[in-house]
Design a protein. Structure first.
Length: 654
């Protein structure tokens, strides 16, 4: 093929300048020719690209011509941009270790010295072979930790741009030592030196239902405090750079920890830049960096609740919120009916609730975000236990129970108590009630305070959970602030907010953990994942007291588990209840079982080993036949209840 000359030196392997004119140097004068030279530069052949872990291995064959005069090497292009140079006509391979996961194209051209074509001092390249396509899928993923324990930049693939400059590792300083440092000496002016983490290990792709946490520690030993020497911390994700923090030398400061939660970095690849730049590096002594971490925190199961039915505990929850199209613009509204003056309080009780009914008729799509409340001072440093009850006031039914929580101190304002974005109550009336569980049943703390004026709103108290019979407060309005989130209106149309937990994308199961003491270790009670969003804990190990549960979500990618809030369940076996003596026959069985009890049976429930209720049957006799033919083979529990009896048996279906 016919190629034009490009005027460049052999040591210069940058992209040749392409044009329409031949450039010749004749007797010290530049002569422009509209006619291209008549020579053929053969291209390489048989380009192959192969993924090797998180790199790309390229091979090709030399040009087909037996004799390719002037061939001195090859130019490699990635995604249409010059990447590297392979020197020597027999060097027909290259590893690309800098490629990021994703889709890429590669091509290779042959590079020639044109002396053999009567153009000494000129070089040119052939048409490329390719492009060849490849998609890199990296097995590496988060979390990423850099504590500099190896005292090396290269152990975790740190690079520098444009040069290393004054970046180094110190084994003397750190938090703890060693640490990365950018030193002021030797002095450098008008400098920019970037420490960069450009690695497949910052793959956030699997974490499309998570928040990415970015943490690091930084310290400055200053010299002149000019304000002209800077350190910028940047993250690259979603195809753009984001400045996280920026520091200037306005005085020394000790070790500081910085934490960022990046909510929109999932399904991407991150890079980290620590950019030191300024006018005179001698105006600082050292920047120090340590404990750099990028960790995913998967979204947890939502709204867990538990109920004891006299024999078993039924747990229910919502799946994690994995919706990737949550609007970023929110409006927060605060609603309160008190005058802000914590004037008075009264004796309160464990089995009573105290709170306010809020009017949300103007907020159709509201989510319940958080509350503040004020409680009275005991007089000694104490932390009091309590729960929050959210009530749909149109039906007097409980929409959510949140907690238990513990107060931050003896008395005063408790702020930013989360309500887990409870949805579905906008446009109506909603009750927010505190149930104190500290100190003693007849002298319960925390004690909600009131303003002793008004009332401006509806503040109520009384026996839990008889919400319909609660009494109006006689001491004014309770000091409770409710904050809600509503979608921002855009161009006159309201942006609808997806309900958290409305999707179970990428969740393949759940694990249940239980403890009889919230301060003790929890025990896994479901070795095999639960596939539904409910679970029955059959005949738990205590007869009276408290049980605590939490649920973890397992994601398809197997990269992390997420932990729900802890659920507290009160276990109170009714004294009048007696255990049944039940008989299941035949056992094992294939299609029918006969269930016999020494007392009349009112209900039968069959439960699998995962705690899922598979069959319910209501009867009025002491003997019944149950069809199990549609159940898969396995081991099952059968729970039998009567008017004042309850019992659990076991049978095998085969």
């Amino acid at each position: 093929m016919i190629k034009q000359i490009h005027m460049c030196c052999q040591s210069n392997v940058s992209t040749p300048v392409r044009g329409n004119l031949l450039v010749l140097l004749l007797f010290g004068t530049i002569v422009l020719s509209a006619q291209p030279p008549n020579y053929t530069l053969e291209p390489p052949t048989n380009l192959q690209v192969q993924g090797v872990e998180c790199a790309v291995f390229l091979t090709w064959d030399k040009p087909l011509a037996i004799n390719s005069p002037g061939l001195i090497g090859y130019r490699i292009y990635r995604d249409g941009t010059y990447l590297n140079y392979a020197s020597g006509q027999d060097t027909t391979w290259l590893y690309d270790f800098t490629v990021m996961p994703g889709y890429h194209t590669y091509s290779v051209s042959a590079y020639y010295d044109l002396t053999e074509y009567d153009y000494p001092g000129f070089f040119d390249e052939s048409e490329p072979v390719g492009p060849e396509e490849i998609t890199i899928i990296c097995s590496g993923s988060l979390p990423f930790w850099e504590y500099w324990d190896q005292a090396s930049f290269f152990y975790n693939d740190w690079t520098f741009s444009p040069t290393q400059g004054n970046w180094s590792i110190t084994t003397i300083e750190g938090y703890p030592a060693p640490a990365a440092t950018f030193t002021g000496m030797p002095a450098d002016t008008n400098y920019t030196n970037i420490l960069s983490q450009y690695s497949y290990r910052l793959n956030t792709g699997p974490f499309n239902c998570a928040v990415i946490h970015f943490d690091y520690d930084i310290r400055l030993d200053d010299v002149s405090s000019t304000g002209l020497e800077q350190m910028t911390v940047e993250l690259y994700y979603k195809d753009s750079w984001h400045v996280m923090d920026q520091y200037t030398n306005t005085g020394s400061f000790g070790w500081e920890h910085h934490h960022h939660e990046v909510t929109d970095a999932g399904e991407s690849f991150m890079r980290i830049h620590f950019k030191a730049f300024g006018e005179n590096s001698a105006d600082i002594d050292n920047w120090y960096l340590d404990n750099i971490c990028v960790t995913p925190v998967c979204n947890p199961p939502l709204y867990p609740s538990g109920d004891f039915n006299g024999q078993d505990v039924l747990l229910t929850w919502h799946p994690p919120d994995c919706n990737q199209n949550v609007p970023q613009s929110w409006i927060q509204e605060e609603i309160s009916y008190h005058d802000g003056n914590p004037d008075t309080t009264a004796i309160q009780y464990f089995d009573w609730v105290y709170g306010t009914v809020f009017d949300l008729s103007a907020y159709q799509n509201a989510l319940l975000h958080e509350i503040d409340f004020h409680h009275a001072t005991w007089g000694f440093p104490c932390s009091w236990k309590y729960r929050i009850h959210v009530v749909d006031w149109s039906t007097y039914t409980e929409a959510a129970t949140i907690g238990p929580f513990f107060t931050s101190g003896d008395g005063g304002w408790e702020e930013n108590i989360p309500l887990d974005s409870v949805s579905g109550l906008g446009g109506g009336m909603v009750g927010i009630f505190l149930q104190p569980w500290g100190n003693a049943p007849d002298n319960a703390w925390p004690r909600l305070t009131s303003d002793n004026s008004g009332p401006q709103g509806v503040s109520l108290y009384g026996t839990f959970p008889d919400y319909q019979t609660l009494n109006p407060s006689t001491t004014g309005d309770y000091l409770i602030n409710l904050r809600i989130l509503i979608p921002e209106e855009k161009e006159g149309n309201q942006t609808m907010l997806p309900i958290p937990g409305s999707t179970d994308q990428d969740v393949y199961g759940y694990l249940i953990f239980r403890s009889d003491d919230v301060m003790s270790d929890f025990t896994l009670i479901t070795p095999d994942p639960v596939m539904d969003t409910s679970y029955t804990d059959i005949d738990p190990p205590i007869s009276t007291g408290y049980l605590y549960y939490y649920i973890t979500a397992l994601f398809d990618n197997g990269t992390c588990e997420s932990i729900s809030d802890t659920v507290e369940v009160i276990v109170t076996h009714t004294p009048e209840f007696q255990e049944n003596n039940i008989t299941v026959f035949p056992n094992p069985a294939t299609s029918l079982i006969q269930v016999t009890n020494d007392q009349p049976i009112t209900g039968i429930v069959i439960i699998d080993l995962m705690g899922q209720e598979l069959l319910k049957q209501t009867i009025t006799e002491s003997k019944t036949v149950v069809d199990i033919s549609k159940l898969p083979n396995g081991i099952y529990f059968i729970r039998v209840t009567g008017e004042k009896t309850v019992g659990v048996g076991k049978f095998i279906k085969h």
